[in-house]
Design a protein around this ligand. Structure first.
Ligand SMILES: [Zn+2]
Length: 376
């Protein structure tokens, strides 16, 4: 930590030189500081989307979210325990850009007239499209420091993102349990940066510069548009994306990370080991960005394996002590138990994050198949 005087209000404070920008704790000024020359320069394009939630409201909202997903909402208050509620305001570079993509490739003929297994089975296809985004790129070195924050983009196409950037507008308008009271987008609600707009949330420092952010955004869009193009054809031959940057702003975005666990009231509780689950909420209009479900299919199958396994042993003992007919039932229960154990083991390889299923009406992940092009 080093002591520096703020270029605007002149008050001295301690600053961490590993940060890219410095935030004056007294007047909220954002400034750059050249360590070698000692020169300081205010950075005006810094905004914050106000946090509008308090811990209790977040907690109530997550309970409500669980009720919507639970087959018996009345049991939620008894069976679910909120373990922690923590908020943080994280800096993002928000890059306004327009991306132009041109692609060409081969599409297999659907009719079987020319089924010779040769090149005549394919048609040349080409096209172009353009899209505009306000693309957000994390300004922290550790993009995983908050649960779920490294995979925020949920494309409307059946594509699984491998990038951490996301379009601000569609992301900060999804996952609402109630219809949002205001039509104003999160972006429109931004204010010039001042600590007070965090409403109690800690503010994370800015570690990444805009040059790296622009480079990363271009790579994200390139990957994304490449995958979109790949959906039009069976073999994507060429794909070029040009990105035009219209502007860049630094915006602190509010997030709430909630953990909870499920403690069943039924006989299930003897077999179910409570596991901490995560929910990520945006603090502007309380949309659920990511949420893990308490009892996944894998858990249910696992519990089933134990229950049927125990029954099988019990029935086997009955068979030995009382009537041989129980051996058959025991064998049946045992078979189900083994099958459940197998399924449970297989399912554990499935992805961990379930997307918010409330407003979109779909649970689980989209299935995305990779197409690998073999070159002879
Ligand atoms: Zn100051």
């Amino acid at each position: 930590m080093h002591e520096l005087a703020c270029p605007t209000c002149g008050t001295s404070a301690q600053y961490d030189f590993k940060n890219y920008l410095f935030l004056c704790p007294f007047c909220s000024e954002t400034f750059k500081h050249d360590v070698t020359s000692g020169e300081k320069e205010p950075f005006p394009d810094h905004y914050i989307i106000p946090n509008t939630l308090a811990p209790k409201a977040v907690r109530d909202m997550v309970i409500e979210w669980l009720k919507r997903l639970h087959h018996n909402p009345k049991m939620v208050d008894k069976e679910y325990v909120i373990a922690s509620v923590e908020g943080v305001s994280v800096p993002f570079w928000v890059i306004s850009l327009e991306a132009h993509t041109e692609w060409s490739g081969l599409a297999q003929r659907r009719s079987k007239i020319h089924d010779h297994g040769s090149g005549s089975d394919f048609l040349n296809e080409s096209g172009k499209f353009r899209r505009t985004y306000r693309w957000a790129v994390n300004a922290r070195h550790n993009i995983c420091e908050l649960w779920g924050i490294a995979r925020m983009h949920e494309p409307k196409e059946k594509i699984r993102p491998t990038w951490d950037g996301f379009p601000l507008d569609s992301t900060f308008s999804r996952g609402h349990i109630e219809k949002s009271a205001s039509d104003r987008s999160a972006y429109d609600a931004k204010e010039s940066f001042e600590f007070k707009f965090a409403n109690g949330l800690p503010i994370s420092g800015v570690e990444v510069g805009e040059e790296a952010a622009i480079r990363r955004a271009s790579q994200h869009i390139d990957h994304y548009h490449h995958q979109i193009s790949g959906q039009y054809v069976d073999f994507l031959v060429d794909c070029r994306t040009e990105v035009e940057i219209a502007g860049i702003q630094l915006i602190h975005l509010p997030f709430w990370h909630v953990t909870y666990y499920y403690r069943p009231q039924t006989a299930l509780r003897h077999f179910y080991k409570p596991v901490v689950k995560h929910v990520l909420v945006e603090g502007h209009s309380s949309g659920v960005l990511h949420g893990q479900l308490a009892l996944t299919r894998k858990d249910k199958i696992g519990v089933n394996a134990i229950v049927t396994g125990v029954s099988a042993v019990g029935l086997f003992l009955l068979g030995a002590a009382w009537h041989p007919a129980f051996f058959f039932v025991a064998a049946f229960a045992g078979a189900i138990s083994v099958a459940s154990l197998y399924l449970s083991a297989v399912k554990s390889k499935a992805p961990q994050i379930a997307h918010s299923a409330v407003t979109s009406g779909k649970g689980g992940d989209d299935i995305f198949e990779n197409t690998r092009v073999e070159v002879a």
